[in-house]
Design a protein around this ligand. Structure first.
Ligand SMILES: *[C@@H]1O[C@H](CO)[C@@H](O)[C@H](O)[C@H]1NC(C)=O
Ligand SMILES: *[C@@H]1O[C@H](CO)[C@@H](O)[C@H](O)[C@H]1NC(C)=O
Ligand SMILES: *[C@@H]1O[C@H](CO)[C@@H](O)[C@H](O)[C@H]1NC(C)=O
Ligand SMILES: *[C@@H]1O[C@H](CO)[C@@H](O)[C@H](O)[C@H]1NC(C)=O
Ligand SMILES: *[C@@H]1O[C@H](CO)[C@@H](O)[C@H](O)[C@H]1NC(C)=O
Ligand SMILES: *[C@@H]1O[C@H](CO)[C@@H](O)[C@H](O)[C@H]1NC(C)=O
Ligand SMILES: *[C@@H]1O[C@H](CO)[C@@H](O)[C@H](O)[C@H]1NC(C)=O
Ligand SMILES: *[C@@H]1O[C@H](CO)[C@@H](O)[C@H](O)[C@H]1NC(C)=O
Ligand SMILES: *[C@@H]1O[C@H](CO)[C@@H](O)[C@H](O)[C@H]1NC(C)=O
Length: 395
């Protein structure tokens, strides 16, 4: 089974337009953006950081454009922060304007939308080579910074604070909010949950095991790829990676991907090729059936031990217009497929479950499949089959 490739493999060009030498020491440089500066999607579409590595501005999204911070210095133009992520893309007639009183606003067809709203007047803005976009007062006090409002990605020197969370994107190319999150909890625990579930253990699908370590634990990413948790006295309480990776000509980014796994990525700027995965949270994971295409469905592949000595794998498959004889032995009302999956997993009689429209139908093998209309567009909400695969004999 192929792992889903997460970052764009689309354009591997053989040259970089921008300086190759980005090192940790260059991370503090910043560009200055003056009041009343503006951007439009087609001309002057972004403000660059001094080295040209990062850009703030318009990037292609759907049929139009989104606004955010992206890696401009690599062919993949990877988006690392998104403004108003659930707003529809804007078209080429939009203008992004930096004003003193309103912060950043988007004007389109006479309508004004706030992109970054600010509690006090701004005087300047900067995009750093770290990827942090910052708004300042006239006294150069920070009013707002993108590093404090992460969407799905953490960059080196950025931290995820207690009480905040990252939410996955809907798909590789759609940066609107998806269905998984990574929460840095107030109890010191770093936990992954589907969106929309209570923050309780039975809904989690990955956890750092650091609960009870104080109320201000932060997730940190260092310039050498060190991904770790600090407690409020600054003591390292857990390493997710040990770090010590090369810093020269290297970019690191941690992201909770649309498949629900969070990964630490590395990009070699001199090699100019691909993102590679240095570490991932996926003991448990969703794997796209079709590369790069979450909407096409996914399979879930993990081992769980909740049925005595039963060593079982789970597969979740989205079914398009598939029907079968309904010989369910139990029908539960549950709101999301992960709950249905859990219900099936915890029930040693359950071999498969079909989840659709809030109903979880648990079934035993063998299933008797009915018709399958191929050629219909698969949709995320059409229903999911959760299949428990037995790797050992039952107890
Ligand atoms: C692009 O922005 C720069 C700096 O804000 C400005 O001087 C220039 O006139 C703009 N160009 C266009 C085509 O708007
Ligand atoms: C942009 O969208 C507006 C409607 O929101 C439409 O009136 C306008 O023609 C579009 N402009 C372009 C260049 O597509
Ligand atoms: C941070 O961790 C260290 C080492 O475990 C511990 O001594 C210290 O009390 C912790 N700080 C807090 C605020 O929990
Ligand atoms: C929270 O912890 C970080 C270190 O992880 C520390 O820099 C910060 O000052 C702490 N904040 C509070 C309010 O204790
Ligand atoms: C984490 O890794 C660092 C080296 O990067 C090491 O100094 C530290 O002792 C490790 N901490 C823990 C809790 O393993
Ligand atoms: C990056 O790529 C260059 C050229 O292929 C190679 O020499 C170098 O070792 C690579 N660096 C890392 C950290 O992988
Ligand atoms: C990019 O990654 C793919 C798949 O991992 C690999 O086949 C290809 O050689 C890589 N390209 C470069 C330039 O490293
Ligand atoms: C994703 O899958 C859907 C359904 O099979 C298909 O319509 C769509 O074109 C695919 N998107 C991409 C980018 O392959
Ligand atoms: C799940 O993944 C593991 C490791 O990648 C693999 O060995 C196993 O066959 C997979 N199980 C299923 C049911 O696909």
């Amino acid at each position: 089974m192929r792992r889903c490739e997460i970052l764009s493999m689309a354009s591997v060009s053989l040259f970089l337009l921008l300086p190759l030498f980005f090192t940790a020491s260059a991370q503090q440089r910043q560009s200055n953006i003056r009041l009343d500066s503006s951007l439009t999607p087609t001309t002057n579409s972004s403000w660059l950081s001094p080295s040209g590595l990062y850009a703030f501005g318009f990037y292609p999204q759907g049929n139009g454009y989104g606004v955010g911070v992206f890696l401009a210095g690599i062919p993949q133009k990877t988006v690392v922060w998104t403004a108003n992520r659930d707003d529809p893309p804007v078209n080429s007639s939009a203008t992004l304007l930096f004003t003193s009183d309103s912060g950043l606003v988007l004007q389109e067809q006479g309508q004004t939308t706030s992109v970054i709203s600010i509690p006090q007047s701004a005087s300047s803005a900067s995009l750093f080579d770290s990827g942090n976009f910052v708004l300042y007062t006239a006294d150069r006090d920070i009013i707002w910074q993108s590093f404090e409002h992460p969407t799905d990605t953490l960059l080196p020197s950025q931290r995820l604070e207690a009480g905040s969370e990252l939410v996955s994107a809907a798909s590789q190319n759609d940066h609107s909010a998806g269905i998984f999150r990574l929460a840095m909890q107030d109890d010191g625990h770093l936990v992954q949950y589907p969106v929309g579930t209570p923050l309780t253990a039975e809904h989690s699908y990955w956890a750092s095991g650091t609960n009870g370590q104080g109320n201000n634990v932060t997730l940190n990413l260092g310039h050498d790829g060190h991904l770790y948790l600090l407690n409020s006295t600054g003591v390292n309480i857990k390493n997710l990676t040990k770090g010590g990776y090369p810093t020269k000509d290297s970019i690191y980014a941690m992201r909770i991907d649309f498949d629900g796994i969070f990964r630490l990525y590395f990009y070699n700027l001199t090699h100019n090729g691909n993102w590679s995965v240095l570490w991932s949270s996926s003991i448990i994971g969703f794997v796209s059936v079709m590369q790069n295409n979450w909407t096409a469905g996914c399979e879930r592949n993990f081992t769980a031990g909740s049925c005595k000595d039963d060593n079982r794998d789970i597969r979740i498959r989205e079914l398009s217009n598939t029907g079968w004889e309904d010989d369910s032995y139990s029908v539960l009302s549950l709101s999301i497929k992960e709950e249905c999956e859990r219900a099936c997993l915890q029930d040693c009689n359950c071999d498969t479950a079909f989840f659709n429209d809030g109903q979880c139908r648990k079934q035993r093998l063998p299933l008797r499949y009915g018709k399958r209309d191929v050629g219909l567009k698969l949709r995320f909400d059409q229903g999911w089959q959760i299949h428990i695969h037995h790797r050992q004999n039952r107890a």
